[in-house]
Design a protein around this ligand. Structure first.
Ligand code: ACM
Length: 533
């Protein structure tokens, strides 16, 4: 990275950015010209939307050759996504007084990243908020030359909407913010023991019954005796809501990866349809405490058909390559104690209860493949020997010695690095933790997140298997948008820089300098930084 970025304060840092003399001013009724495949039109539309939203500029979107207008978005090719579903994201930008703005990329995804860099460049000297610029009707972009490409293909943020429900507007805002940091994956954790949050038309009770928890723990789960608020907590997304979110994300070239966590973390579903459980435990309900539930799916044939039915509806809603089957924290006690499960294990030739899960994951992986999708799951899916190499693994447990990520990479599994130790943003971010807003535990400070290396511990010959990494926002203790912002930012900025820059990551001092200017952009978006909500 050239040092000029300390002038522009772009986060994450572009590979190369050089200042030129002068600036280009985007005025009201500017034309945003696009050329190349039709997909460039949508990106031009997004840029025009930003101009309206951030500076009150009414721009016209028009197909035109690159020299005909002051702003040109040029898509030079129309590649198919690679085997993992990703498009190239490299881009170049030139800004000059005479030539205007020319952004070029070999795909619409690359152009979309260029648009985010332009948005930041236009606010290099000031906050660039909707409110601050709304009356200005002018957006000034400093003259410069940018050449950029990401180090990792998967640059994600996860959001748990089960423990606390967030409305569509908050979800879209979460996606907007991650897109502004040139991240490209939104992992939507849609279901868990404490709430099922998506309408499934063929199983209506999942949303009707499974989305409502009678009460929520007050204070930290580790404090005894537990106290509850006695206020029902509910909410779910209709399929139309889901379409809105997916479309909003797609316009920003962000892929939504839905997660339906199976076969554990399914107590809300079992509360709705008790036949999905083993019947071993009597206390089934939409769970009102945190932690791991013993109530897992029974995994008989009807249950597996049910799971496939759920996913068939999801495949219609989510066009992305990867679909997340969860797979974490599924205790085996229910399968050990249930006579039907024991019979099933014998019929299926499974000599240990743990193999029920790997048997199930293998069936689901085949089913996903038959529907043109790829399964991804938390690293527990590697336990057992039945996992198809086409499945990708989300590595979250650095302490799980039985899991060898480097070996998994060598046999062909793609890896997304999401270790608790660097990427769990539900952990506290500063000490003393007693003065921080509620967190689940642990400590992940901003410099620590910035020091994350997704390739650490992976043999060089297996490093191509690492798709990238992802930050996690589990929401047991996060009930409001302000608290969510506080936990996500600025750590997500650091993670975005790790994943975009890879081995050319600048120093933490350089990042911090840019971040202090960039935080004004975030504050202008209403993101609460470094203040207790
Ligand atoms: C997880 O944090 N249980 C994946």
């Amino acid at each position: 990275m050239k040092s000029e970025n300390s002038v522009f304060n772009v986060v994450p840092a572009p590979a190369s950015i050089e200042a030129r003399d002068g600036e280009f001013s985007i005025e009201d009724s500017a034309t945003v010209a696009w050329s190349g495949p039709e997909s460039a039109r949508d990106v031009a539309g997004l840029f025009a939307e930003y101009l309206k939203c951030y500076a009150g500029i009414s721009a016209v979107v028009a197909e035109a050759p690159s020299s005909a207008a002051g702003i040109s978005l040029v898509q030079t090719a129309d590649p198919a996504p690679d085997d993992d579903g990703f498009l190239p994201e490299n881009y170049e930008i030139e800004v000059s007084r005479e030539g205007g703005i020319v952004a070029k990329a070999p795909s619409a995804a690359g152009l979309a990243r260029a648009v985010q860099t332009l948005r930041q460049l236009a606010t290099a000297g000031g906050p660039g908020s909707r409110a601050a610029n709304a009356g200005a009707r002018r957006f000034v972009v400093p003259a410069c030359c940018v050449s950029d490409a990401p180090a990792f293909r998967w640059r994600g943020l996860h959001l748990d909407v089960s423990r606390h429900f967030f409305p569509v507007e908050d979800v879209c805002r979460f996606i907007e913010l991650l897109a502004q940091h040139r991240m490209n994956v939104f992992h939507w954790h849609l279901t868990d023991d404490q709430g099922w949050r998506i309408e499934i038309k063929r199983y209506p009770k999942l949303a009707e019954v499974g989305s409502v928890r009678a009460r929520t723990i007050v204070g930290h789960h580790s404090k005894w005796p537990h106290k509850w608020d006695d206020t029902p907590h509910g909410g779910f997304y209709t399929q139309d809501d889901v379409r809105r979110v997916v479309e909003f994300a797609a316009r920003r070239h962000v892929t939504v990866v839905p997660e339906i966590d199976m076969p554990g973390h399914m107590e809300a579903a079992i509360a709705a349809y008790p036949e999905l459980g083993t019947g071993v435990f009597s206390d089934v309900g939409v769970r009102d405490i945190w932690g791991i539930s013993q109530n897992v799916l029974c995994l008989d044939d009807a249950c597996v058909e049910f799971c496939k039915g759920v996913w068939e509806e999801l495949f219609e809603l989510f066009p992305g390559k990867f679909c997340h089957l969860g797979g974490d924290e599924a205790p085996t006690k229910a399968w050990e104690e249930c006579a039907d499960s024991q019979r099933l294990m014998a019929e299926r030739g499974l000599d240990q209860p743990r193999k029920m899960q790997s048997w199930f994951t293998a069936r689901m992986s085949e089913f996903f493949r038959d529907h043109g999708r790829r399964l991804i799951g938390w690293d527990e899916i590697l336990e057992g020997d039945a996992l198809d190499p086409s499945a990708a693994v989300m590595y979250w447990r650095p302490w799980a010695k039985q899991i060898d990520i480097a070996a998994a990479a060598k046999i062909g599994h793609k890896i997304v690095c999401a270790p608790t130790s660097y990427t769990y943003f539900d952990y506290y971010q500063a000490e003393p933790v007693s003065e921080e807003p509620a967190g689940i535990g642990g400590l992940n400070t901003l410099p620590h997140v910035f020091s994350f290396d997704p390739l650490e511990g992976i043999a060089p010959e297996a490093s191509d298997a690492v798709l990238g990494g992802q930050g996690q926002l589990w929401t047991e203790y996060i009930a409001t948008r302000d608290h969510l912002d506080y936990m996500a930012y600025p750590r997500a900025c650091a993670l975005a820089e790790v994943l975009w820059c890879g081995s050319r990551k600048p120093t933490f001092a350089d990042f911090s300098r840019r971040l202090s200017a960039h935080s004004k952009r975030l504050a202008a978006e209403g993101v609460t930084l470094w203040q207790k909500p």
